[in-house]
Design a protein around this ligand. Structure first.
Ligand SMILES: N[C@@H](CCC(=O)N[C@@H](CS)C(=O)NCC(=O)O)C(=O)O
Length: 201
């Protein structure tokens, strides 16, 4: 088995789906959380000066989705053929577009503008993205292939974030509620969720 180190900030953020994958597959790794000076010291050693970074047997790979996809493909959470794999990447991209919408609202400093963005998020953005993702998960509670694949872990983390601001949102999206239930039914993942460091994001 390869030796893994995962470098990220002290938060769940964009890398939490990777941690869920490691938990699900019971893969040992060093969960290295860097901030401030420690991050500045490590920055020049990273491929593109940003985190997350996965180190596998001394080789370094960046990009939160790239890392998740790589590990998913290596450890049995990919599709069954090239078409399904392209479909999974497409769904993941779609979720990244949604993530960018969430980031816009999260970091808006102007209070009036923030309220406008929050209204748009609730009335237009969430229904648009959740509607599509719900269609995909409606029949099996998974995004593709009738089983767990790597973008399901991304979706779980997105739901986690949205539920904090919109606790009732899943009552209109039964497929997404099933996906959440399916992921939390995994004993290794639920153990990680209980025991992981408590951070705000
Ligand atoms: N698209 C990349 C973004 C990586 C990125 O921009 N990371 C930022 C945090 S979200 C970072 O490391 N910033 C610290 C810095 O630039 O010093 C990914 O998802 O991995």
């Amino acid at each position: 088995m390869a030796t893994y180190k995962l470098f990220y900030f002290p938060m769940r953020g964009a890398v939490e789906p990777v941690r869920l994958l490691f938990a699900h597959k019971e893969i040992k790794y060093e969960d290295i959380r860097l901030a401030g000076e420690d991050w500045q010291k490590e920055k020049p050693n990273t491929p593109f000066g940003v985190m997350p970074v996965l180190e596998e047997d001394g080789k370094k790979l960046g990009g939160s989705t790239v890392i998740l996809r790589y590990l998913g493909e290596k450890h049995g959470l990919a599709g069954s053929n090239a078409w399904d794999n392209a479909h999974l990447a497409n769904i993941s991209d779609f979720m990244m577009d949604f993530g960018n919408e969430l980031v816009k609202v999260h970091y808006e400093k102007d209070e009036t503008r923030k309220q406008e963005l929050q209204k748009r998020l609730a009335e237009e953005v969430i229904p648009k993205y959740f509607g599509k993702l719900n269609e995909l998960t409606a029949s099996t509670g998974y995004l593709c292939c009738g089983r767990l694949t790597w973008p399901d872990l991304q979706l779980y983390c997105v739901l986690d974030y949205v539920l904090k601001g919109h606790p009732e949102v899943l009552s209109n999206f039964s497929g997404l509620a099933s996906l959440r239930k399916n992921i939390e039914a995994d004993a290794n993942i639920s153990k990680w969720i209980k025991e992981r460091p408590q951070t705000e994001q």
